[in-house]
Design a protein around this ligand. Sequence first.
Ligand code: DGT
Ligand code: CA
Ligand code: CA
Length: 570
Amino acid sequence: MSNEKIARILYEIADLLELKGVDFKPRAYRRAARSIEELEKDIAELYKDGRLQEIPGIGEAIAKKVVEIIQSGDLSYLKQLREEFPAGLLQIMEVPEIGPRTTMRLYRDLRITNLHELKRAAEEHEIRKLKGFGERSEETILKGIRLLEQRSGRMLLGYAYFYAKDIIDYLISTGGYRLISVAGSLRRMRETIGDVDILVGSDEPKKVMDVFTSNPKVSEVVVKGETKSSIRLKDGIQVDIRVVATESYGAALQYFTGSKEHNIALRSYAIEKGLKINEYGVFKKDTDERIASKTEEEVYASLGMETMPPEIRENRGEIKAAIDHMLPSLIELDDVKGDLHVHSTMSDGSATVEEIALEARRMGYEYVGIADHSESLKVARGVSKEDLVKNVDAVRKISERVEGIRVLAGAEVEILGDGSLDYPDSLLNDLDFVVGAVHSGFRMGEKEMTNRVVAAMSNEYLTILAHPTGRVIEQREPYQIDLDRIMDTASENQVFLEVNALPERLDLNDVNCKRAKDRGATLCIGTDAHSVPQLSYMIFGVATGRRGWLEANDVANTLSLKELENRLGI
Ligand code: DGT
Ligand code: CA
Ligand code: CA
């Protein structure tokens, strides 16, 4: 029984307990499930050594259940819980914005037991008859079901990235390969990834395949061929590997990096020039003589182009730019001098300000900005006005104590329904920077929402507009907002637009980064980290910016501390 399967059982128990209306326990089960997922070791080993209770979040009661699962492959407690409800209710809970309480109401009052019935009830306007529900609720439910249906089996870049890194590290350490790279959408750092593609240049393909499939993290070998194999990892992620001759490594890397649209445009351009391009190289059309194949640079050069960074190979103007020597010099992770969106234990984060400061310094930052939630956001333990004053003081003390980095005292302040900010100006004035965010009233019409956010951006203390569209990938659509107007206002009022680096947000997205830049706005990449490890999500924000053609000088947090202090007047 794998860690993942055991975790899944505990998650299901949590969902079922939540349906029952049980307090606290669901959270305990989820916590235990998460620690099991994050275990490096096989849980069966810990069990053999009698060390289950050393896993964080696993006490006696849950340990007992884990033992039963390991010994019998099943859990009587789960069976018993399952019998209390129709199985379809769990699926209903998967619909974005439907929680256990709503699920139970729909079940008790309308006898809705599965997604199909839910959809029909919403379409036939049965749901608005319930007290507390209306037309809007039906629309939201239908939209949620559509999102669920569209869920494409693609995974977030933020997850695929680290898995791929593991696989490559294993290939390098076990096989010693030097011509090796991720390819496909992962190399282009797309926000979601269908499957992970890996390319190896080697003249001993069989050996590579053996090493690849011998990885202990593999749960299933889908196909094993001479030069192409696919495996599935324990979490369902599929990884394709291709081995090509060393002499055509560059051409293959170019081809398998894509995108498909980029390759198609490249191929027609080659034909215009009397050339042919495929995964083996660039050839003269008339004589079939191969003129490039070893490296990507050679391949592009043979077509009269500079090599463009993989992130912009989407056929969005990069080919012309590469011909005209007009490629942007994209922002790099090293250009980032700090992170201005970090949550601490003062609201809903898990790291103390000091822990954040130390990690930020270790990452080579010159500054890090604490931006905890404001008073109204109760679910995230928003900070009261009184506490804010104390917190600011505490942050400044830590900033003085920890040498080599400045810790800035800020806040992520709710943009209220009328566009005012959740703290009075007198308090905002005392902060080093202010991040404004919409976390409520998502369903406003476009005009009202735009006016709301523009009003907030007119507050002289607002520094950054966080996650400007509110979308959550494959879970929540962007709210309706006139982005052109937001971008123009950002440019006029000198408010930075955030590129939120959380893997499920990446908001602004790539296309909107480019649009914001073209409209004269300055971006700011923030992780929205709620823990120390999440500070490393910066890489995904930078990748999104790169996909949006951003250069370092388009991004506020590439400023040095001195420059930023001047800019903020602090
Ligand atoms: P994904 O996996 O859906 O996130 O997206 P990709 O881009 O990784 O696509 P995938 O895995 O199907 O193929 C990897 C690369 O191989 C792709 O980026 C470009 C190349 N490729 C695949 N199919 C075609 C094709 O029909 N024509 C051309 N020109 N290239 C292709
Ligand atoms: Ca792929
Ligand atoms: Ca693939």
